[in-house]
Ligand binder design. Sequence first.
Ligand code: ZN
Length: 384
Amino acid sequence: MKVQGIDDTRNPEIIGDIASGVDTTSRTANEQSGGYTPHSWIMTPVGGAGNRVEMTLGTSASMNMTLSADKGFPNPSLLTQSPKIVNWFGEGIKGSEHVIKASIEGSDEIVLPIWAKNMQARNLRVTVHPITLIKPDGTKDEPDFIPTKTELEDYLNRVFREQINTTCSVNLKNVREVAWDASQGTNDLTQVPNTDYPLAFLEPSFPMPNDGILDLNQSGTYHEPKLITETDNTGNPGSNENTGHIQVYLVGGSTAIRTLLISGNPNNPNDDNVYFRSSGFAKGIAFTGHTNPRRCWIADSALQDPEAGMHTIAHEIGHFIVGSGHPDEPAIQDQGPAPLQGTGLSHRLMVSGRSESRKSRLGLQLVKAEWDAAERNLDIILNN
Ligand SMILES: [Zn+2]
């Protein structure tokens, strides 16, 4: 028995594509690795269209087989020797998991090494804010690529509706012009909780105005993100983020994003170890683990290629849905819910942007452990 996903968001549709609501990857991982499961999995949508998959009996099969499941059903249910397209539907409680069974003519029911996970239809509202940089000389740098509402929705639905039954609605805001590249260097440290403590170390390339780098901190209190989020064209504070579960900023004029951290004990003014540093540079970043507003930031350098740009947006939204971490990170770091050591990672949505394998293919796959994480996280995101 073989099951293959069908990506029917493509024309022509792709059979065997591994971002299609079927996970045959996780069972091939090392058994000790996070995300391993002994079964193949089919995502069974509750309500709406079924999940189309191709099912094939073994080549030596000579008898027909009838499929069934406890908390879902297939259509059609009869498999014959030739490969067949089967629509799977889930029934009942969201998140419930059920085994797929088969009975061969004249024999008892047998349990197949294929399980299904019911996922309810969800709608995630994504607000996209394109930002044009106004430079000191008055010239402007708009984002290299701004997707249309339709093309971004199509892309996000290819990823999230196809695999976890979550439809994304995009609210594309008008382009807004902001003189955001205004870090004050060390003076900006008045933004940290205690302005008196000594700075033992400064990042060699610490923030400067007009350096083309978007400087962010986790809490969003830093100077540059505040300029972007807290004023609109009419100067109204806060009114840019009044809709949507996730805010996506496409930041024109930014070559990279630098995340600023304060280390040491900020409550001890004499702590020589308190310092200000960057955690590295990125083309996109999502700050997870916080309640609204949930923001992700995309540097202009990620938008030079439209496909790669939309992939970066999907990946950053994926951090809110799946969680932090990347499966290809070293074990000492956060590897997310499914490192799946022993499997190829290039087809995975959550592979790090630094990964060599990412560069060769923009993978979209979410695996079973990521479906589970999505179930938990979406319940939180959609309820506040
Ligand atoms: Zn990431």
